[in-house]
Ligand binder design. Structure first.
Ligand code: ADP
Ligand code: MG
Length: 153
């Protein structure tokens, strides 16, 4: 379990000269009866690299999943406490988790494809953003078409 004594909010060199981007307060996560995070509080400053270091099973991945609400999809997971980004709570009922995940991405330790074809995995991002692409007056060269080329599955 992430040690609450080590994650309490306290002034640091990084936090002293950078605005807080993500603020975490009293974050608690349970998987069923198992408590994975107990009252974790810390500030993550903007424009800095913040590292979480700890032994396997201490809750690093659980914590990171809380930052873009990926724990919403884990059966039995319950999240308490507060997380804000730029001052906005991310666990409010009005928050769209898909829109949130456009702002807070996650790169996985191991490749983690969706249970779809390779093509559909590659096309997933452009398809999610398709409405924004279609609404643009011109197609951006960096926004590839999500149409399936002939000969692919
Ligand atoms: N989906 C899950 N269901 C039940 N328990 C889980 C689940 N994911 C993680 N845990 C438990 O939560 C604790 C923290 O796990 P995790 O966040 O994966 O740690 P770390 O990333 O630091 O290795 C561990 O005790 C782990 O067994
Ligand atoms: Mg992990």
């Amino acid at each position: 379990m992430l040690d609450p004594a080590l994650t309490r909010v306290r002034p640091s060199v990084a936090a002293a000269d950078a605005p807080v981007k993500i603020a975490v307060r009293e974050l608690v996560v349970h998987y069923g009866a198992t408590c994975a995070l107990e009252a974790v509080s810390l500030d993550i400053p903007a424009h800095r690299v913040t590292a979480l270091i700890g032994p396997s099973g201490c809750g690093k991945s659980t914590f990171l999943r809380c930052l873009n609400r990926m724990n919403d999809h884990i059966p039995g997971a319950r999240v308490g406490g507060q997380v804000t980004i730029d001052g906005d709570p991310i666990y409010g009922p009005e928050v769209d988790p898909v829109a949130l995940r456009r702002r807070i991405g996650m790169v996985f330790q191991k490749s983690n494809p969706f249970p779809k074809s390779v093509f559909d995995n590659v096309a997933f991002g452009p398809r999610v953003h398709a409405s924004a692409i279609r609404c643009g007056s011109a197609r951006s060269p960096s926004a590839p078409s999500a149409r399936r080329p002939s000969g692919t599955r």
